[in-house]
Design a protein around this ligand. Structure first.
Ligand code: FES
Ligand SMILES: [Fe+2]
Length: 219
């Protein structure tokens, strides 16, 4: 199907293109970092050049999403499909503008379908991706800091309170990617990391959702 360009967005981001690409390859963060847009993501396959997943929007709309990195790894195409038919495409190019900054240029395309209000669709995409980038930028910046800081922040603890009134020591950064573990234990003592939704037993540090080991109590 012919695709029509309906909008463009340029954004200066306070992290390198490498961090932006890392974020784009990170399908797991969609229903967590972007919880106001996505309610679920189930991966079909994922690799270093892209991924495919079945995602659900917060309004219940299911779609398949496919991310394909450009050969030079400085851009990507993010395409969505309904019933196997492509219904939208964002094409991004990145340019490093400093050690910790890049410019992202996005172009949005939709199928040529009679009666489509292309201007309205374009505005929708610009607003949607603007919001997604607003949510991604802090993550990319925290990630830059985490990679530079290495292991030290993983040994820092703070006090969290459990429902029974007892206190426990929990890490300040998540053992998954070193992003801030800005959450509190729920009534069952479970902490859900806001970035990828991994769940941890606040008392033991065990990762209850199973993707990683979790953290170790510091003796
Ligand atoms: S940083 Fe990924 S789950 Fe916490
Ligand atoms: Fe994102």
């Amino acid at each position: 199907m012919d695709m029509i360009e309906v909008g463009q967005l340029e954004r200066d981001i306070g992290a390198s293109a490498a961090r932006a690409i890392e974020d784009e390859l990170d399908w797991e963060h969609l229903p967590h970092t972007h919880r106001t847009t996505f309610s679920a993501a189930e991966v079909i396959h994922a690799g270093r050049n892209g991924w495919e997943a079945d995602v659900v929007l917060v309004d219940g709309t299911p779609m398949r999403m496919r991310v394909t990195l450009d050969d030079d790894r400085m851009g990507y195409t993010n395409a969505t499909f309904a019933d196997g038919i492509e219904n939208g495409r964002a094409v991004a190019r990145l340019e490093d503008t400093g050690e910790d900054s890049c410019r992202m240029s996005l172009r949005f395309f939709v199928p040529e379908v009679a009666g489509t209000d292309y201007e309205a669709v374009g505005e929708f995409y610009v607003a949607l991706f603007g919001n997604l980038i607003d949510e991604d930028e802090p993550k990319m910046i925290y990630r830059t800091n985490a990679l530079r800081a290495g292991a030290a922040p993983h040994k820092q603890r703070r006090t969290a309170m459990l429902a029974d009134g007892s206190a426990c020591a929990v890490p300040v950064v998540c053992p998954h990617q070193g992003l801030p573990l800005d959450c509190e234990p729920d009534g069952d003592g479970v902490m859900t990391c806001p970035w990828h939704g991994y769940r941890f037993d606040a008392r033991t540090g065990a990762c209850l959702s199973g993707q990683i080991k979790g953290w170790r109590a510091l003796g």
